[in-house]
Structures are given as C-alpha cells and as structure tokens.
Design a protein around this ligand. Sequence first.
Ligand SMILES: Nc1ncnc2c1ncn2[C@@H]1O[C@H](COP(=O)(O)OP(=O)(O)OP(=O)(O)O)[C@@H](O)[C@H]1O
Ligand SMILES: [Mg+2]
Length: 221
Amino acid sequence: MSIRCADLAKVYEGGKSGWPALRGVSFEIKTGEFVAVTGPSGCGKSTLLNIIGLLDEPSGGKYEFNGRNVVSMTDQERSEARLGQIGFVFQSFHLLNRMSSLENVCLPLLYAGIDSREMKVRASSLLHKVGLKGKERKTPLELSGGERQRVAIARALANSPRLILADEPTGNLDTASSREIVDLLFGLNAEGITVVMVTHDKEIAARAGRNIKLRDGRLEE
Ligand SMILES: Nc1ncnc2c1ncn2[C@@H]1O[C@H](COP(=O)(O)OP(=O)(O)OP(=O)(O)O)[C@@H](O)[C@H]1O
Ligand SMILES: [Mg+2]
C-alpha cells in the first residue's frame, strides 16, 4: 500500500474560474501508517480524502496509488481498487436504514460476487469483531450512533482492505463513543491496515502517528 501525491490540485467547477479546493499538495503515505488529516472547515480535507480514495480525480498534479498514476487507470481499474483495497467510513455512516446491520455489511461482499452463505458468515464475524455480536438483525435506526459507526467499519472491512479512509468518523458521536471508534481504528491499524482519518479533534490527531495539516488547500508548515 502506498500513496504518493505531488503538487496535487483540485478545482471544482463553478463561478468564473472555479473553486480551488487543493492548491498543490505533496506528501507520501506508507503501509501501516496512521495519518490524521486536520485543518479548518473548508480547507480541503474531504476533497483530499475523496481523491486518495479514487472517488474523485485531481485537476492537476500527480497521484500514485500503489505506484500507479491514477490518471492512467481505467474507470474499471479504479472501481476494482476501491472495492478490493479501500474501506470508507463517513461522519454520517452512509448505511442503508431499511437493511439489517448484517445486510449492510454483506453489500460489498455481494458486489464482489461472494456466495451468499460465505457472505453471511463473513459479515457476522466482522460484526463480532467490531463488538456487535447479537445485533446482526437490527437496522441502523435501532442502533446508537457509535453502534452505527461500528456497522460502517465492519462494512468497510468486508473486502479486507489494506487502507481505511475515514472522514470525521467521530463527528456525530459523543465523547465516549468517539473514543471507542478511534480505539477500534487504532486496533485495525495495529493489524497492519493503513488508516487516513480526517478529524477536528486535537486529542485524536495527537494520537495519530502523523498529521497532515491543511489550510486553504495547502499543506501547513
Ligand atoms: N462539489 C463541490 N463543488 C464546488 N465546491 C466544492 C465542492 N466540494 C467542496 N467544495 C469547496 O471546496 C473547498 C474544500 O471543501 P472540503 O469539503 O474538502 O473541505 P473540508 O476541509 O472537508 O471541510 P469540513 O471540515 O467542513 O468538512 C470548500 O471551499 C468547499 O466549498
Ligand atoms: Mg469535510
């Protein structure tokens, strides 16, 4: 797992000359790191995470994911890399409320073409791993915020990703649940998964091995 960005830029369409969200950002992230991305609202954190996660493309500069320049990847290669190597966790969970927690975790396995018996075995062992044994049949609306985020993390782990990208995963949680979710992410990192997490929380950022600080679309010295 490696991430290398050189002079990365992102300009969103709009206005006369567009909205510059990233203005030349260079850094590297290596296997096994735990990196916190910090900075004031609007500085480009989510934009950066979306580009790292191959959900969006840079408008300038270079991004190499595992040594491949992402602009040379086809859409299919990008979605395969996303599905097979990257797990996403969002502030607002992005779970399907009409499905049980088990079914939510099964979804990526379904896309990956895993057979339905193995899918359920794997999904329930992942729910167990994140501390939700016995809650397989509950829907997200029947779970607490912290529990919902655990389901989202189990789902992110479904295809055994090497990289987890988390955009303010504790932004909607109380202090106690935040701590539990962050501990869970640190536990996954200890198992060798690279974690890149956007956070506004100074204490959480201080626990990370490294911080990438953004301000106005640039790295802060
Ligand atoms: N789809 C979009 N179209 C146009 N401008 C956008 C779009 N998404 C983000 N922006 C702009 O790009 C800049 C960076 O946004 P981004 O969402 O990356 O910030 P952020 O650091 O994640 O902020 P927050 O902490 O509030 O989540 C902001 O000025 C924002 O208004
Ligand atoms: Mg954001």
